[in-house]
Write a protein that binds this ligand. Structure first.
Ligand SMILES: Nc1nc2c(ncn2[C@@H]2O[C@H](COP(=O)(O)OP(=O)(O)OP(=O)(O)O)[C@@H](O)[C@H]2O)c(=O)[nH]1
Ligand SMILES: [Mg+2]
Length: 541
């Protein structure tokens, strides 16, 4: 079986494009270590190398029926993941870029089977294979979004089905998961292809966590659900974003300060959830996945627009009554066939329908295309995309490199000898000691603080998160828009403060973090000064 892995090694030793210098440095480390370690460890390292050169892997996780697959479809811009029904909702499905669109069922024994898309271009609701034997699905699509992000749809957490939970944990790469097979593979030797596919799935480097607001959910539940969904993975603001999905179903009246406005209410709730989750996520953004999906995948059609126009012509009272509930909407007397109304509900739900009707009343000649754009605007997807860009894509290099290092450590811990472990440990230390690798140390410190493993007073924790998770210097320094001179002065002042905190008053764990933060400020200061110097030179000359 090692030969199978061997094949994948040569496949990936061709020049690869890395997300940035940190990923390239860790890849170099893998290359150097490979000839020095056991075949099993070498195979694991090959796997890490492969992942390093692939796009950032983002898992969409959250409770059962929170709208994960709907959101995945919206992000990809194609309705390909089954929602609501079908056996695939219990499987981990990875969507990657490839010029040849196809679905591959990966079995736990390493074999795979190519399946056709169904008549609507979706993953078939029934796969026609024995589910017990399935590890996960790989879906390849020619899709621009997937060139930069690989999206992993996961089965809902909170489902009672232990298999789905295990598969999700695997997809999220629980800290011990990198070198270990999922529980149903527990009897398999480490170097079989099973593990290769399991490891491939376990590669999630970032998490888009889907929250919803159920009336009874309290803050503790939100937190518990998040912890369950991210398993023992060290999620932090560097690699986790939350969305409050189904924002359209928030009852505005139940949220103080919303002024009866649904979106405003959802924003307030999202902010509250962000506070509850604290340093675990970068942000919680309200979104209406359903509207985003309907608008982005072309599911919202001109027939839907036509039906909405007919409804808009009814008198206001009738429409208001219809919009009270899904049941009234589909049963009251109206000049639109019931099946058409049901289709509208499935695509827009009541809130979307109401907004669309209002828009048509205001501009009777509005085109289907404009309605679609309106729905997209209402969905909040643009903000989620923007955040994905800012939080994940801009930091893909650091995130991938840090995840790869964690995998290397896990792999050697699982399959290495003492001697091998020491060799890998030393090599990592050498890498981390280089100035270029400081960003990795900072990410590590950030994760320690974000996960609560190292406790710091609130304002200091916030400062660490700010320095470690922004990509803009003025934001890192908490001085947006300040002049380079001001920034440099501030960086130097904070560098000094953290150095003395490291030496006095900090616990040993805090002290290690403080040294890293001190160095981060110092490097920022140095960079700012270097930027300033050529200008001085020019003036001088
Ligand atoms: N009103 C409303 N309904 C939504 C929204 N997003 C998803 N839904 C509906 O919620 C149901 C579940 O959506 P899915 O995308 O299948 O949810 P999931 O989290 O993937 O579900 P599992 O994979 O089974 O855990 C579907 O009927 C969706 O149409 C939303 O933003 N608003
Ligand atoms: Mg799903």
């Amino acid at each position: 079986m090692i030969s199978v892995r061997g094949a994948s090694v040569s496949e990936h030793s061709e020049p690869a494009a890395f997300a940035g210098p940190l990923s390239a440095a860790v890849a170099g480390l893998c290359d150097r270590l490979r000839p020095q370690v056991s075949p099993a460890t070498a195979a694991g390292l090959a796997d890490v190398l492969h992942r390093l050169s692939a796009p950032l892997q983002v898992a969409v996780a959250g409770r059962i029926k929170s709208g994960k697959s709907t959101l995945v479809n919206a992000l990809i811009g194609r309705r390909v993941a089954p929602t609501a029904i079908g056996e695939c909702t219990h499987l981990v499905t990875r969507f990657s870029y490839d010029p040849l669109d196809r679905i591959e069922v990966i079995f736990t024994d390493g074999t795979k089977q190519v399946l056709p898309f169904d008549a609507e271009g979706m993953i078939p609701a029934e796969l026609g294979v024995e589910l017990d034997r399935v590890s996960h699905l790989e879906v390849y699509l020619t899709n621009a979004v997937l060139r930069e992000l690989t999206v992993i749809d996961t089965p809902g957490l909170g489902s009672l089905d232990a298999g789905s939970v295990a598969r999700t944990e695997q997809a999220l790469g629980t800290s011990s998961g990198a070198g270990k097979p999922v529980d149903e593979l527990a009897d398999e030797p480490v170097d079989t292809l099973d593990t290769v596919s399991a490891n491939a799935v376990s590669g999630a480097e970032a998490v888009l966590y889907v929250l919803t607001q159920s009336v009874r959910a309290d803050d503790r539940e939100v937190l518990a659900a998040f912890s369950a969904a991210t398993a023992s993975r060290d999620a932090g603001p560097v690699n986790a974003i939350g969305v409050l999905n189904k924002a359209d179903t928030v009852v505005a009246e139940s949220v103080a300060g919303s002024g009866g406005d649904v979106w405003q209410a959802a924003q307030l709730l999202a902010r509250r959830q962000a506070r509850v989750l604290g340093t675990r996520v970068a942000d919680v953004l309200p979104v209406i996945g359903l509207l985003a999906e309907s608008a982005e995948t072309g599911r919202f059609s001109s027939a839907d627009a036509y039906a909405l126009r007919s409804l808009a012509e009814l008198d206001a009272d009738t429409v208001a009554t219809m919009l009270v509930s899904a049941e009234l909407f589909t049963t009251l007397e109206a000049p639109v066939p019931v099946a058409t109304r049901a289709a509208l509900l499935a695509r827009l739900d009541l809130y979307g329908i109401e907004c669309a009707i209002t828009a048509i009343r205001e501009a009777p000649n509005i085109t289907t295309g404009s309605l679609r754009r309106l729905l997209l605007d209402l969905s909040g997807l643009a903000e989620v995309r923007g955040r994905l860009d800012a939080v994940f894509r801009a930091r893909a290099d650091g995130i991938k490199a840090a995840a790869a290092l964690a995998s290397i450590v896990a792999i050697t811990a699982a399959s290495g000898t003492d001697d091998e472990r020491q060799r890998v440990h030393d090599a990592i230390e050498v890498l981390l000691a280089k100035p270029q690798a400081h960003q990795l140390r900072l990410l590590e410190a950030l994760t320690l603080v974000a996960s609560g493993a190292v406790e710091l007073p609130g304002d200091l924790a916030e400062e660490v998160l700010r320095v470690g998770s922004s990509v803009r210097v003025d934001e890192q320094l908490g001085r947006p828009g300040a002049s380079p001179t001001e920034l440099a002065e501030h960086a130097l002042e904070r560098a000094g403060w953290w150095r003395s905190f490291a030496s006095f008053g900090a616990t040993p764990a805090q002290s290690r973090v403080a040294h890293v933060v001190h160095r981060a400020y110092f490097l920022i200061w140095q960079r700012l000064r270097e930027q300033a110097e050529p200008q001085h030179g020019a003036r001088g000359g």
